[in-house]
Design a protein around this ligand. Sequence first.
Ligand SMILES: Nc1ncnc2c1ncn2[C@@H]1O[C@H](COP(=O)(O)OP(=O)(O)O)[C@@H](O)[C@H]1O
Ligand SMILES: [Mg+2]
Length: 228
Amino acid sequence: MTPVLQARALRVNYGPAVAVAGVDLSIGSGEVVGVVGASGSGKTTLLHCLSGLLTADSGSVHFRDRPIEDMTERQRDELRRSHFGFVFQFGDLVPELTLVENVSLPLRLQGVRAARARERAAEQLEALGIGHLGPRTVGEVSGGELQRAAIARAVVHRPDVVFADEPTGALDDRNSEAVFELLLQQARTNGAAVVLVTHDRHLAARTDRTVVLANGRVVGAGAEVEAG
Ligand SMILES: Nc1ncnc2c1ncn2[C@@H]1O[C@H](COP(=O)(O)OP(=O)(O)O)[C@@H](O)[C@H]1O
Ligand SMILES: [Mg+2]
């Protein structure tokens, strides 16, 4: 089967420093891939390349059979809006808006009318167990609830790939577990590929496959990376 994302020989330099030093990676639909490694090992940079936020200095990233470095900036924007979803460590929702409004945004960017977007956003919050929080603003919910809302926003448009960069990094164990389960659910029920960067080896061990980075290189990979 054609992978949904495929990186070949990716390299990113920041001046003399090498952040990503030749990474090959292939990700299939419905697959949950954990990316682990020490701080500074290149996880975020790799994620940015895979999602087209950053163009690598060399190598390529294909989304299905399309090389994203050959796309125009506009085509890459369109790719991200339509096919990708993003979750960050601190959720990064718009503070002035309610959760429903936040979750509506990706749909609005795709041209979905306001009323329909709100309706779908409310359904998505409901599906993630926080439907009752829809009318609250970002400042009126807990960190764990906020991160669930961030997942709702990342998946409301049914993306092919969900990129999550340390989404549980600011959460306690119970909330980390809930967020992890929701990400798994996206893969299992919607067939999304999930790329999960995490410091948490216990969570990483429960992904389908783990990629271990050190100094911008893949130094380990497999389903059997030990929790520890
Ligand atoms: N914008 C940048 N400018 C210069 N160096 C950077 C920049 N972003 C990241 N780096 C460096 O690249 C390396 C990889 O960083 P990063 O991808 O953020 O690692 P991780 O997410 O694993 O902590 C680090 O050495 C970091 O200092
Ligand atoms: Mg990082």
